[in-house]
Design a protein around this ligand. Structure first.
Ligand code: ADA
Length: 561
C-alpha cells in the first residue's frame, strides 16, 4: 500500500480514507458496551489517516478510541487492509469480531465473505504503552500519537489472489548476471481447486511461466530465472527493473534493483566498492500531521536530504511509508529500516516473553512487507537497549538469528549507546555507535581522544575487522539562535559539534560513515520535558527550515566521494 506507482492492475480496490465516526473510550467501556454493534451517539468525525492528538480536544489523549465507517460492496470475499494503526487494533465488521493486530507502522489485512449491501467497519485503537512489554515502551523520545495513521482500503476478490511476494536474487561474481527466485504467497479462501499460470514479467518481457494448482492458501517458489547484462542499482543510480507477477486473476507490480551489500575488513562495500555513509536519522513525523505525514511532505524531505549530499537515511526508529522509500529506490539512496524497540529496558522487560514475541512479529512483518525495496541495505534490530547485559545479549542473539533466517542479503545491525561496556558487538555486522559527547556530558574537544580510542575498544572486543558507523551524534539548536560566543543551544555550537564529529569520522580508519542526529526537529514525549516539547537536535527545524549546520554539513557531505 501507499507506493508512488501502480501496485495492481486487476483488483477492485476502494479507498476507505476520508471521514470516519470517532469516539474516545477513556474508561474502557466500549467493548462491554458493544460499541462495535451500536456506535455511541455522541461521536465526532475524524479524517483517516490522521492522528487524533492533532484534533481539537484530544491533544494529550492516550488510550482507547473507536472508529466507524460504512461502505458498500457487492457479494464478495472482502479484504480490509490498514497501512498502520497505532498500538493495538481490534477490528469488527457488521458487529462481528474480525481480528486484531499489534504494532504501529506495519500493514495488516483481514478477509471475510460479505453479501451485497452496506457494511459497517469498527476499529478499536489502543495506543496505551507500558514499561514492560509494549514496543515501544512507555517512555520514548517521540510523541506517542494515536490513530489510524496510514491509509485504509478494501479489495473485493472472487478468485484466489496474491497475498505477498518476494523477488530474491543472487548475483554472479562479475555482478552482471542475476539468478532470481520469486516467492509467492497465495490466498485461496474459496476452497475450490484453482489452476493458473503464474507469469513473471520484467520490463514487458516474459521471463517465466509456471503452472500452479492449489485448493488452499499456498506458498509457491519459482526459481531458475536468469537475467543477463544487469545494470546494477547503486548510489545515485536507481536502475530499477519493472517486475509484474501475475496469476490468471491477479497481479502485483514491483520495482526491483540489483545490488550487493557487504561489511568486511573495516569497510562497507556496495557492489564491490567501498562506500562512505553520508546520512541523517529521520523521524517520519510532523507537528501538523503527526505520523500521518502526507506524501508531499515525505517527497520534500527526500529532496532536502538529497540536496544535503546524503547517500543514506536511517528511518529512526520504525518502518517508513513505502512512498518515501520509493523515492530512495528511484534515485539510488540507501535506507536503514528498523522496528521501534528503543531504550535500555529492565530485566523484566527484556525477558518478558511478550516482548520477544512482538519484536519477532514486527521484524517478520517488516521484512515481508519491505523486502523488495533495493534501497534497504540494513535491518536494524533495536536501538540503545541494554547490550551491556546478559539479557540484552540473549535477546539480540535470538532476534538476529531470526532476521538472518528471513534475509541473508542485507546487513543486520543495532545501535549501541554503551560502546565501551557493550558485550553484543559480535552480533552486529557494522558497529553502530550513538554518542553525544559535547551534549550529554564531556565537551566537543573530547571527541578527538574518543575517536583515537575506537580501534582499541574494537580490538579488545575481538571486533577489529568490523566497520563502524557513527549512527547518532548531535545537539539541539534553537532556530535563529546564533550567538557570538557559541554557547550550547546556539546554531553555532551545533554546527561546531556536528562538523567536528563528521571530520573526525572521515579521518578515523575503520569509521565508514555518519548519520547525523537528526534530520529535523521532532515532536517528543511531554514527560521528557524537552524544550518546546520537541527533540530540537534537527539540522532543520520541525517545519523543515534549515539551521546553520545544514549548510556546513552539506559542504562536507558534497565534498566526499
Ligand atoms: C538517543 C535516541 C534518539 C534520541 C537521542 C537524543 O540516541 O536513539 O531517539 O532520543 O538519543 O536526542 O537524546
Amino acid at each position: 500500500m501507499e507506493h508512488i506507482f501502480r501496485e495492481h492492475s486487476k483488483r477492485r480496490t476502494f479507498s476507505l480514507n476520508g471521514e470516519w465516526k470517532f469516539c474516545i473510550d477513556k474508561d474502557g467501556v466500549g467493548k462491554d458496551g458493544k460499541w462495535y454493534e451500536s456506535f455511541p451517539e455522541d461521536f465526532n468525525y475524524i479524517n483517516v489517516p490522521s492522528c487524533w492528538n492533532l484534533e481539537l480536544g484530544y491533544y494529550g489523549y492516550v488510550g482507547k478510541a473507536w472508529y466507524q465507517k460504512e461502505f458498500e460492496t457487492s457479494d464478495t470475499y472482502l479484504q480490509l487492509s490498514f497501512g498502520s494503526v497505532t498500538g493495538q487494533a481490534d477490528v469488527y465488521l457488521d458487529g462481528k469480531y474480525l481480528g486484531s493486530h499489534y504494532g504501529t507502522w506495519l500493514e495488516f489485512s483481514f478477509g471475510t465473505y460479505v453479501s451485497a449491501g452496506v457494511h459497517s467497519v469498527v476499529v478499536c485503537v489502543d495506543n496505551t504503552p507500558n514499561s514492560l512489554n509494549t514496543i515501544p515502551l512507555r517512555i520514548v523520545d517521540w510523541y506517542n500519537y494515536g490513530g489510524i495513521t496510514r491509509s485504509v482500503e478494501i479489495t473485493e476478490f472472487d478468485k484466489p489472489f496474491i497475498k505477498g511476494d518476494k523477488v530474491r536474487y543472487t548475483l554472479n561474481e562479475n555482478l552482471d548476471k542475476a539468478s532470481i527466485t520469486v516467492e509467492l504467497s497465495l490466498a485461496n479462501p474459496f476452497g475450490i481447486e484453482y489452476t493458473t499460470d503464474i507469469e513473471i514479467w520484467c520490463d514487458d518481457k516474459l521471463l517465466k511461466t509456471e503452472k500452479a494448482s492449489f485448493k488452499e492458501d499456498a506458498e509457491i517458489i519459482i526459481g531458475g530465472i536468469e537475467l543477463d547484462n544487469i545494470k546494477l542499482w547503486d548510489i545515485g543510480k536507481g536502475n530499477l527493473y519493472n517486475f509484474r507477477i501475475a496469476t490468471h486473476d491477479d497481479d502485483v507490480y514491483e520495482k526491483i534493483g540489483f545490488r550487493k551489500i557487504e561489511a568486511k575488513n573495516n569497510q562497507i562495500f556496495l557492489n564491490g566498492k567501498s562506500i562512505y555513509i553520508k546520512g541523517v536519522n529521520r523521524h517520519e513525523a510532523h507537528p501538523e500531521w503527526g505520523f500521518a505525514v502526507p506524501l508531499n511532505v515525505n517527497r520534500r524531505d527526500f529532496q532536502i536530504i538529497k540536496d544535503l549530499g546524503c547517500n543514506t537515511v536511517r528511518g529512526s526508529h520504525y518502518p517508513n511509508t513505502h512512498g518515501f522509500l520509493d523515492y530512495l529506490d528511484r534515485d539510488g539512496m540507501l535506507f536503514w529500516s528498523e522496528v521501534p524497540m528503543w531504550g535500555s529496558g529492565t530485566h523484566e522487560s527484556l525477558t518478558d516473553p511478550l516482548t520477544f514475541e512482538r519484536l519477532k512479529k514486527m521484524h517478520e512483518e517488516m521484512i515481508d512487507q519491505y523486502y523488495n525495496h533495493p534501497c534497504i541495505v540494513i535491518w536494524g534490530l533495536h536501538n540503545e537497549i541494554s547490550t551491556n547485559t546478559e539479557d540484552g545479549y540473549e535477546l539480540t542473539k535470538k532476534i538476529r538469528a531470526f532476521v538472518e533466517s528471513k534475509d541473508k542479503t542485507r546487513l543486520i545491525n543495532f545501535t549501541t549507546n554503551r560502546f565501551l561496556k557493550d558485550i553484543c558487538l559480535e552480533l552486529t555486522d557494522v558497529v553502530c555507535i550513538n554518542a553525544y559527547l559535547g551534549w550529554y556530558g564531556d565537551a566537543i574537544e573530547d571527541w578527538k581522544a574518543w575517536f583515537a580510542n575506537v580501534h582499541n575498544v574494537l580490538e579488545s572486543k575481538n571486533c577489529a575487522d568490523k566497520p563502524v558507523i557513527m549512527s547518532e551524534f548531535g545537539c539541539p539548536a534553537l532556530h535563529e539562535y546564533s550567538s557570538l560566543n557559541g554557547e550550547k543551544w546556539s546554531t553555532d555550537y551545533q554546527t561546531r559539534m556536528l562538523t567536528e564529529v563528521i571530520n573526525d569520522s572521515i579521518a578515523t580508519e575503520g569509521v565508514c560513515g555518519t548519520l547525523v542526529w537528526q534530520f529535523c526537529n521532532s515532536p517528543s514525549d511531554m514527560d521528557l520535558a524537552k524544550a518546546r516539547g520537541f527533540n530540537n537536535k534537527g539540522i532543520l527545524d520541525e517545519y523543515r527550515h534549515p539551521k546553520l549546520a545544514y549548510y556546513a554539513i552539506r559542504e562536507i557531505y558534497k565534498s566526499i566521494e
